[in-house]
Design a protein around this ligand. Structure first.
Ligand code: ATP
Length: 413
């Protein structure tokens, strides 16, 4: 599904937004790791160079704009970018730069792989997660409309809803209202990209996570559109649990079960749906029941951070915002700017390094990403951990030492 614009290239120009706060430290670490891995795998036959572009506070200081047009133009031209965390000023109506970037480039799929690394402490009993989250990035609360209680817009809208539709909203003056738009097309394209990802990466299950039992026409439609896409566009690759339920109702449970078992033998991807609140409980109690998850925007937000927490925090969770049709992707650290440790060489660069690995997979340089991933795991195995991860009794390493150790491992592996 991703346009093959990168696969034949021997040289990639990678726009790189260093970011604010700990951005410079983790970006420097990531650049060194990328350079070492590309050289290790491809020698002189392939190369990668960085185009430094600005956004966030650094851009504002340099140009007076938080997201300069020149930055957007370069990313549009090159189709990819790697991005450190960006500062968004609070309180003057400024929108998040991350959200602006996603909107400008229509990066509708927020993709977050979550897996546990050795020696990284985690708060739950078994952090066996190995999942990929596809969060819809353009609708729901990202396109939400809200009116404050008592405002003329809220009063007018509530009155309209009461008069025209008989809505049960008695406390007119003290009720805020919000609109949560979810479209068929938006639901279809995120589910399509999640199933395609499952096919391309040999994943076994795609779970549509929703709250359709309460919000039938938004979350419920997300579920039904998801099943429709799965059953029509991917019928040779998947088995739908909606069909399972229909067979069970018509022909009994043992018939349905035997069809499901055959589908599993045939290596079909199982597409099921899970109510969001129960799903979050399963995620913590029985993490192996999930594989690829696809969610609306707000649910996706909760699941992304909750699952990152289960494996040890945002420091080890990478992220990508992509549009598989246009082939455009911005790959980013999922944590914030961490101003409390900025400039102290204490930051953990893993999230940005893993995001770089996602970018390498996206452009088809999978061997380079495998070399980084393997050696990163080796660092963790040997207890080379930054201060956010080092347990009591283990001396933490600095951000720069962590990347030097990783570069050494890559170079001599
Ligand atoms: P922002 O305002 O940009 O969201 P924040 O400090 O509110 O910044 P985070 O940057 O996500 O939010 O930081 C939350 C906590 O996690 C902080 O104590 C920070 O030091 C720590 N932290 C975040 N990222 C890292 C990292 N890469 N390495 C080490 N600690 C980190």
């Amino acid at each position: 599904m991703i346009k093959p614009i990168f696969s034949d290239l021997n040289h990639i120009d990678l726009p790189f937004i260093t970011g604010d706060g700990i951005g410079p430290e983790i970006s420097m670490a990531t650049k060194k790791v990328l350079e070492a891995a590309v050289t290790k795998v491809h020698g002189d036959s392939k190369s990668l160079s960085f185009i430094d572009v600005v956004a966030g506070e650094a851009a504002f200081k340099a140009t007076g704009e938080w997201l300069p047009q020149s930055t957007l133009s370069i990313i549009k031209e090159k189709k990819i970018a790697l991005k450190g965390p960006l500062m968004t000023p609070v309180g003057n109506g400024q929108r998040s730069i991350n959200v602006q970037l996603r909107k400008e480039l229509d990066l509708y799929a927020c993709v977050r792989p979550v897996q546990h690394f050795p020696n990284v402490p985690y708060p739950v009993k078994r952090a066996l997660l190995d999942i990929v989250i596809f969060r819809e990035n353009t609708e729901d609360v990202y396109r939400g409309i809200e009116y404050e209680a008592g405002s003329k817009e809220a009063l007018k809208l509530i009155q309209f809803l009461k008069d025209e539709f008989g809505a049960d909203l008695p406390l007119i003056d003290s009720t805020s209202v919000g609109i949560k738009p979810i479209s068929k097309e938006g639901s279809q394209r995120i589910v399509r990209s999640a199933i395609q990802h499952a096919i391309d990466n040999n994943r076994k299950r795609v779970s549509l996570i929703h709250k359709g039992n309460i919000m039938k026409y938004t979350e419920g439609m997300f579920r039904s559109e998801g099943y429709d896409i799965a059953e029509t566009e991917f019928k040779d690759h998947i088995f739908s649990m909606r069909i399972y339920e229909a067979i069970k109702k018509d022909q009994g449970e043992s018939k349905a079960r035997s069809i499901l078992e055959q589908a599993e033998k045939d290596n079909k991807i199982i597409v099921n749906d899970v109510i969001a609140d129960a799903g979050l409980m399963h995620l913590t109690m029985n993490p192996t029941c999930f594989d690829v998850l696809v969610l609306t925007n707000l649910n996706g937000d909760y699941y992304s951070d909750a699952s990152a927490g289960i494996v040890g925090g945002l420091g080890v969770a990478p992220g990508a915002n992509i549009n598989p049709e246009s082939g455009c992707g911005v790959f980013e650290a999922t944590h914030g700017t961490a101003p409390d440790i900025a400039g102290k060489d204490l930051a953990n660069p893993t999230s940005l390094i893993l995001s770089a690995c996602m970018m390498l997979d996206f452009i088809g340089w999978k061997k380079v990403s495998q070399v980084i991933g393997y050696n990163l795991r080796q660092c963790f195995e040997e207890g080379i951990l930054t201060s956010d991860l080092a347990p009591k009794g283990v001396s933490p390493v600095a951000c720069s030492s962590f990347s030097s150790s990783l570069v050494k491992k890559i170079s001599y592996s």
